[in-house]
Design a protein around this ligand. Structure first.
Ligand SMILES: Nc1ncnc2c1ncn2[C@@H]1O[C@H](COP(=O)(O)OP(=O)(O)OP(=O)(O)O)[C@@H](O)[C@H]1O
Ligand SMILES: [Mg+2]
Length: 324
């Protein structure tokens, strides 16, 4: 591990250094492991939702291909906090691609473009030629959330590796391991709460645990919801259960109370959506509820009055419940 004594956030402290330590996404990770073993590295795009190990995997792969020492000279990393307009492609990237570094046979320099979907289209256009001109000596590894923001010509030059959300059990297992190392008092409902909020995002789960531990000591469900400022799923589940019985007053009472507590409406709606998806509802009703919540989400995101939309949503859910 790092030789510094600086206190690192847990996400950094427990960032996997080797591909074999990356949790989940077995298929994607095994493709990368094959590349690490064979040394045959194509240009690559790693895409997928936040906090699932894309950046981590890119670094692991670069380290496994080149080793720690060589990586210092032979890897250039740019992320969204760097300026990545067209000038950077013309200067930094090109200069690095032209730089002579002595490498073992069949190895190339690596340019990591993290959060590549935030590069301007013009910069991406400029990248096309650079990728081609230097492909003898340099490989590009792009990590992004939205692969459709990467222009077609770059996509077609790259092998695309897709990451998906981690499963709850993968997140839980990792939380338990880290909690044991950091001596965190963690209850079962605390783990469940962290996993629920994270929804497959390992970074969010670990940050949530660290923040709750720092702020409250014990990592229990109540503390997690307070620290992470998330509506309690128990109350939201209760609201959905009431709506499923057609109890408009009860359901809208809970929702308005949560809204009054100041939670962001989109957070409220996504918690409702997940309570509907995973709750115990008759199949037809579940489908209807999902549609209603999704439509409300759309209208709220388009700027319609929130209170009206929330009551309209509860009304529509109760009507759907009555009609079966
Ligand atoms: N699959 C995983 N296995 C183990 N730890 C993980 C995994 N995914 C994420 N983490 C933890 O979360 C942190 C953030 O992960 P990483 O930076 O790789 O996410 P990302 O997929 O690049 O997300 P973003 O799209 O937001 O850039 C890591 O430092 C690590 O601690
Ligand atoms: Mg990343």
């Amino acid at each position: 591990m790092a030789t510094t004594t600086k206190k690192l956030p847990w996400v950094e402290k427990y960032r996997p250094r080797l591909l074999k330590d990356v949790v989940g996404n077995e298929e994607a990770v095994s493709r990368l492991s094959v590349i690490a073993k064979s040394g045959v590295l194509p240009h690559m795009i790693l895409s997928g939702p936040p906090g699932v190990g894309k950046t981590t995997s890119v670094h692991c792969l670069a380290n496994e291909l080149l080793g720690k020492e060589l990586s210092k000279k032979a890897v250039l990393e740019l992320n969204a906090s760097d300026d990545r307009g067209i000038e950077v492609v013309r200067t930094s990237i090109k200069t690095f691609a032209q730089k002579k570094v002595t490498l073992p046979p069949n190895r190339q320099k690596i340019i990591i473009l993290d959060e590549a979907d935030s590069m301007t289209a013009a910069a991406q256009q400029a990248l096309r030629r650079t990728m081609e001109n230097f492909s003898g000596t340099t490989r590009f590894m792009l990590a992004c959330n939205q692969p459709d923001k990467i222009i077609e010509p770059i996509q077609s030059r790259c092998a695309i590796v897709r990451f998906t959300k981690l499963t709850d059990s993968q997140v839980k297992a990792r939380l338990v391991t880290v909690a044991a190392k950091e001596s965190v008092p963690l209850t079962q409902d605390g783990i469940d709460a962290l996993t629920f909020i994270a929804d497959g995002d390992m970074r969010q789960a670990m940050c949530g645990m660290e923040a709750t531990f720092a702020g409250k000591g014990d990592v229990t469900a109540d503390n997690v919801y307070q620290v992470c400022d998330t509506p309690s799923p128990e109350q939201v589940k209760q609201m959905v259960a009431m709506a499923s019985k057609g109890d408009f007053d009860g359901a809208s009472g809970i929702l308005m109370k949560l809204h009054g507590e100041g939670f962001a409406v989109t957070d409220l709606l996504s918690t409702v959506y997940r309570a509907v998806c995973y709750g115990e509802l008759p199949e037809g009703m579940r489908m209807n509820f999902m549609r209603v919540v999704a439509e409300t989400h759309l209208r709220v995101s388009q700027g319609s009055d929130t209170i009206l939309q929330l009551s309209g949503m509860v009304g529509a859910m109760c009507m759907a419940a009555h009609s079966g």
